[in-house]
Design a protein around this ligand. Sequence first.
Ligand code: MSP
Length: 651
Amino acid sequence: MERKKFYITTPIYYPSDKLHIGHSYTTVAADAMARFKRLTGYDVYFLTGTDEHGQKIERRAQAAGKSPQEFVDGIVEWIKKLWQALDISYDDFIRTTEDRHKAAVQKIFQRFYDQGDIYKSKYEGWYCTPCEAFWTERQLVDGNCPDCSRPVELVAEESYFFRMSKYANKLLEHIEQHPDFIQPAARKNEMINNFLKPGLEDLCVSRTTFNWGIPVPFDPDHVIYVWLDALSNYITALGYASEDDRLMQTFWPADVHLIGKEIVRFHTIYWPIFLMALGLELPEKVFGHGWLLLDDGKMSKSKGNVIDPEELIKRYGSDAIRYFLLREIPFGADGHFSEEALLHRINFDLANDLGNLLNRTLAMLKKYFAGTVPAPGQSGSLDEELRLAAESLPGQIEALMDQLQFSSALAELWRFIARVNKYIDEAAPWSLAKTGQESRLQSVMYNLLESIRIISVILQPFMPRTPERIWHQLGISADKHLQTWESILTFGKLPSGIQTAPGEVLFPRLELSEKDGTPVRQATKKDKPISAAKEVQEKVEKQNLISIDEFSRLDLRVAEIKEAEPISGADKLLKLKVDVGGEEKQVVAGIAKHFAPEELPGKRVLFVANLKPAKLRGVLSEGMLLAASDDEGNLVLATTEAPIKSGSRVK
Ligand code: MSP
């Protein structure tokens, strides 16, 4: 069967300063995608690099008392080390100051000129140097750059212009006929309505008031506009217009250009038009993701709230950072970054859900089977459900990844991890051991180990280091065939007889030290394998105790009841609309015997906000009100002792 190709790019970064954690976001996402495609059998080409020309860099170099080349060289080295520390598996790193790029860009410019797409004139208008973008008076917002809100400069200089207007209709047609070309859809509409429909102005594509750029081949007083220079990297890296363009033949068009939302205009208007002028196919998809925000707006150096990725990796390890970036924020939307939120994900998702699953399982295996993977024995009714969940997982993950929904893909994987944790509680291996049900115990332990293997295989693109650590403990480090995507499509590929090696805790639970705010390991019993905490385990089973972590999985909120109405044919039920901090939810509550619908609106009640949606009598219910009832049939709603905002967290 012919292997499919996949070409993915990140933007090329300005080496004007060190990068912050927001920059890592695009690259980590692209890397996860590239790794995922490799894992699922594609020939992948993953490109990143640096965008080194332009007025911004020239000024920064001057301020640093260095030549531009000297200035960027240092930062580019730093960026490469950062990508290494984050396990970014790029196939090529292109620098726009390399000869291979400069020569190809000059050929592109010459071709545009020769075919009449470029003409010489005079530019008079505004320029935003941080964004390297031209703006008309009409486009400014309060006299500032509409993209970054910073001041713009008035520019008047001789320039070459590209006839954008010649291609605008063709581009509009393409966008309309290819609904997936610009994603998410809201960004597509913005491009159509704000830029294409009002009429596209010709673009200034050369500058004369500074030197740091690629000279226009036939008019060396001009340097090529940095965005035309930069965008071309996506094809010059593949050898376009060079003697060896085999990569171009194999990988163009790009399958995904992954970029931040503020540069969607350059990638979905100017870039496709340049490509059309070159007679090349357009990329399949341009995805403009949201920003990583600190509490006071977009994270940026100029606003002084840099979060240093090097320091974060040192504190938490690259896998945890990658997991946080991919999981916390639905891809496409803006999201917040804070160390507390990161810590929360580490302690709950990584230490508790994933780490503990491995720990508990291997500790039990050691106790019951001396650490050797048993052959499955007698099957039970719980097993089939687990097997079906495991076998449907790869398909679900693949579908979500094809939509670049990293966060949902990880949520799906963690739903499975929760399912496996629940399987332990339901199958209760300790009871099977106590009652001598050896054959059944074999099956349960086997199913747990196989589920962990499946989880570790799926984890690879997101957290490249953790699977290796899991395989080491499972005793399958050398068994490459047990680490492939194919090996998880059917449940049961893990051979019996393997000797496991329980080892270090995967992710210790952390807290920020009171002394200096750095993370320190929490000292809890949690870190110890359960065999050492037998008494606690027994108590937990007998009294049905839950841990504080299990409790905190509940998302309890204050909700305000907005509407209530009866449900026909269900005399105990009411259908309610509640407001939870601005979000409306529908709930079916069994309180009709105790309240008339008109009594309820305005009441603020305690509400379980993260209950799986269910249908009751065919009506969707997205949560649960808390209420207390006694033996005499009285029922009262659990409300707050004093008024407090709806959406407030209850803990
Ligand atoms: N050099 C241009 C891109 C040229 S591509 C032909 C550029 N460089 S950049 O260094 O400013 O930004 C690189 C990427 O980092 C962009 O995708 C940008 O959106 C992303 N991010 C920078 N800050 C960010 C956040 N705070 N959050 C998420 N992504 C952010 O633009």
